[in-house]
Design a protein around this ligand. Structure first.
Ligand code: KIV
Length: 263
């Protein structure tokens, strides 16, 4: 398998759908590496599903670097994109370049992802000029959950639609190589996808995006919650619960370890 590159991903627009999943650790990364998955996202959703925070806001650049290093050791073939956490790029351009540079130098990711549109255009431009590929992220921006008034579908009002389309065009002009559309109404996602030349990757944004992304813990059913945008391909929450209960029973009943497991 050849290592997937930015130009390979860009070239998929209009040819076939792009596949992306989040990943936070080496064991999962090794499994992904044996598949045809295109992009692995070391998402700041690590804050929710790994650390148990209510939002992604507390995630630090050091935490994302730590998880990126682990993923990089397991994933040789996929394009690795790492999220820039809240307040790692908003304060100043210097801060943004310094933190994105650390993610590339220490984490060894291939690109970074930033949330926002027009307001981060200059940052995107500077990062791209510094040789750091950037993936955009508009629609629901979890890092702005408090400012946006909660986790909700975006693109229901006309002014929202105009802003979304405009922000997608600005991100493309600033040099972003792809854009995540989160919880955008499907027809709006279609309009955005048709109005730019770089791929859109949707989560909860319908079938017309150029690609799809899901949080790995959600698609494996590691979380008991059900989200409308998600499809559970496994039910690991109950499978693991059953396995742990079986282990407890085996140990108490002295069925484990058996002769087979003993030296
Ligand atoms: O952090 C994350 O998992 C993400 C996805 C929702 C795209 O940004």
């Amino acid at each position: 398998m050849n290592k997937k590159t930015i130009s390979f991903i860009r070239g998929l627009k209009g040819k076939r759908k792009i596949t992306m999943l989040t990943c936070y650790d080496y064991s999962m990364a090794r499994i992904f590496d044996n598949t045809d998955l295109d992009i692995v996202l070391v998402g700041d959703s690590v804050g929710n599903v790994f650390s148990g925070y209510e939002t992604t806001l507390p995630v630090t650049i050091d935490e994302i670097i730590y998880h990126t290093k682990a993923v990089k050791r397991g994933c040789k073939n996929q394009l690795i994109v790492s999220d820039m956490p809240f307040m790692s790029y908003q304060i100043s351009i210097n801060d943004a370049i310094n933190n994105a540079g650390r993610l590339m130098k220490e984490g060894l990711c291939d690109a970074v992802k930033l949330e926002g549109g027009e307001e981060i255009a200059l940052i995107v431009e500077k990062l791209v000029k510094a040789g750091i590929p950037v993936m955009g992220h508009i629609g629901l921006q979890p890092q702005s959950v408090h400012a946006m008034g909660g986790y909700k579908v975006i693109g229901k009002k006309e002014d929202e639609v105009k802003r979304l389309v405009n922000n997608a065009k600005i991100l493309e002009e600033s040099g972003a190589f792809a854009i995540v559309l989160e919880l955008v109404k499907k027809d709006v996602a279609k309009e955005i996808t048709n109005s730019i030349n770089i791929p859109t990757i949707g989560i909860g944004s319908g079938p017309y995006c150029d690609g799809q992304v899901l949080v790995i813990n959600d698609m494996l059913g590691l979380n008991p919650e059900n989200f409308k945008h998600n499809k559970k391909y496994l039910n690991l929450y109950s499978d693991i619960e059953n396995a742990v209960n079986n282990y407890i029973k085996d140990v108490i009943d002295v069925k484990f370890p058996s002769d087979e497991n003993s030296f």
